[in-house]
Write a protein that binds this ligand. Structure first.
Ligand code: BDR
Ligand code: CA
Length: 304
């Protein structure tokens, strides 16, 4: 059985790797890609998503989304992902055009038209999804669940409290976490544990053109070092395919929307504040070796 997926993304090096896996794994049917401002501006994240679609000669529609967060000012992460957002590899220049409708309209149409419930996989800030739920709440009935990269029970990567995707648009994250839709939080608690090792990168580089492409962009990630590199967004796809390798705990997640802890995902780990009510299934541990093995295995089966 295939999993019907829409990815809402801000490529971004790890987003590009997540798209690569989602496009090519036969168990995933990636039906739509929507883009959002995040790692770089939305013009660039849209172009980068189209580069990945073109690289694999696919016809998956790409719709451009929000240029900025709901309320907060936009701040990019070009210091990590480079000015283009996906540096280090020469992608084909003849890119397909994005859809003429916006991300929110495309999400509405795809979700309402689908005869089966869809899994939403956001790997950037959740601005498009928050706008979708606010403008077209009827879509919620046709969403199976949201498997979202973002947040942390432990330390953040923007402030000591906040992870980048939630920090970028905390007001959107609050709407998504309060939406009533089952949500799996794939946060830094596991993504910082499952580093892609230098050995994995050396192995994929020689495997095929996809391995070379991934290697060449990943080594340009500003966080890459001799211990390895977190491929945060790829963990969402790994979870879809191998939930047994990721341990989760159910709890209520609150989003802090102002003050010094803005963007923090506060987990009610003992049901102390929300009386045991839960709104999320939070990834708390991962088999890092299995993640690396799967990553290599996926690259070895790429069509090019
Ligand atoms: C998240 O922030 C972005 O820079 C990455 O693409 C990932 O989605 C990690 O905090
Ligand atoms: Ca991302």
């Amino acid at each position: 059985m295939t999993i019907r997926v829409i990815m809402d993304t801000d490529p971004g090096i790890d987003d590009a790797a997540a798209l690569t896996m989602a496009i090519n794994d036969p168990q995933i049917n990636l039906e739509l890609i929507t883009t959002v401002a995040g790692n770089v501006t939305v013009d660039k994240t849209t172009k980068n998503a189209l580069k990945i679609v073109r690289f694999f000669d696919q016809e998956i529609p790409v719709a451009m989304g929000a240029k900025k967060p709901l309320i907060k000012e936009f701040e990019d992460a070009a210091r990590i992902h480079g000015e283009s957002g996906m540096p280090g590899y020469d992608f084909p220049a003849d890119l397909p055009a994005p859809m003429e409708i916006s991300a929110v309209e495309a999400l509405r149409d795809f979700i309402l038209d689908s005869d089966e419930k869809i899994t939403l996989v956001p790997t950037g800030s959740y601005t498009n999804i928050a706008l979708l739920f606010s403008e077209y709440p009827e879509v919620k009935d046709n969403i199976e669940r949201i498997v979202a990269m973002g947040g942390a029970l432990g330390k953040g990567n923007m402030t000591s409290a906040a992870e980048f995707n939630v920090f970028t648009d905390p007001d959107a994250a609050k709407i998504v976490y309060n939406s009533g839709i089952p949500i799996v939080m794939i946060g830094l608690d596991i993504t910082m544990k499952a580093l892609i090792t230098p050995e994995t990168l050396t192995t994929i580089e020689k495997m095929n053109e996809t391995g070379k492409m991934l290697h060449d962009i990943i080594i340009n990630d500003g966080d890459n070092n001799s211990n390895g590199i977190a491929m945060h967004d790829v963990n969402t796809i790994f979870y879809l395919l191998h939930p047994e390798a990721i341990q989760t705990e159910k709890m209520w997640i609150d989003i802090v929307t102002d003050g010094p802890a803005i963007g923090e995902t506060v987990g009610d780990i003992r049901g102390a504040y929300h009386n045991g009510k839960v709104n999320a299934n939070v990834a708390v541990d991962i088999d890092a070796a299995a993640f690396n093995k799967w990553f290599i295995d996926e690259v070895s089966k790429m069509p090019k």
